[in-house]
Design a binder for this molecule. Structure first.
Ligand code: FES
Ligand code: FES
Length: 152
């Protein structure tokens, strides 16, 4: 075990992490970020996605000790009135909702890079995010809605 510091949603968190502790588990266990979810545990579903300095990371594959000093955003750290969350809610883009935090964070990453993503860009960016409930059309429409609103 060794001490590390993670900045999680703007708050510094000092934890003891073993070499094989995954970021997913530290965020859930030590930071209480239950929006960070384990689906597959092997990097294939996107449910565990977090943003590190704005870039998406699969936290189930990330050793926590490698992120000492990192600036991490989880979906539960997004501000009230977050535009992407609002677009998902308005569009009913969820069924069970298990995958949605990862989808929302991937959408933030996408819109930061591309303010007007076309269908191909959306599909390509979110191809690693699997939704067992099959809500993809609503999710795609929500991302379009978020992009349009953000452009004003
Ligand atoms: S739980 Fe990490 S990608 Fe599926
Ligand atoms: S809404 Fe259920 S897994 Fe996507």
């Amino acid at each position: 075990m060794r001490p590390i510091v993670l900045t999680v949603n703007g708050v510094d968190l000092r934890v003891q992490a073993a070499d094989d502790d995954m970021l997913l588990d530290v965020l859930r266990r030590d930071a209480g970020c239950t929006s960070v979810r384990e689906g597959c545990g092997v990097g294939a579903c996107g449910a565990c996605t977090v943003l590190v300095s704005g870039r998406s990371v699969s936290s189930c594959l990330a050793r926590a000790v490698a992120y000492d000093g990192a600036d991490i955003t989880t979906a539960d750290g997004l501000p009230a009135g977050d535009d992407v969350v609002a677009a998902f809610v308005d569009g009913g883009a969820m069924q069970c909702g298990y995958c949605i935090p990862g989808m929302v964070l991937m959408t933030h990453e996408l819109l930061a890079e591309n303010s007007a993503p076309d269908d191909e860009a959306v599909a390509s960016h979110l191809e690693g995010n699997k939704c067992r409930c099959g809500a993809y059309p609503e999710i795609r429409r929500a991302i379009d809605r978020a992009a349009v609103r953000r452009r004003g």
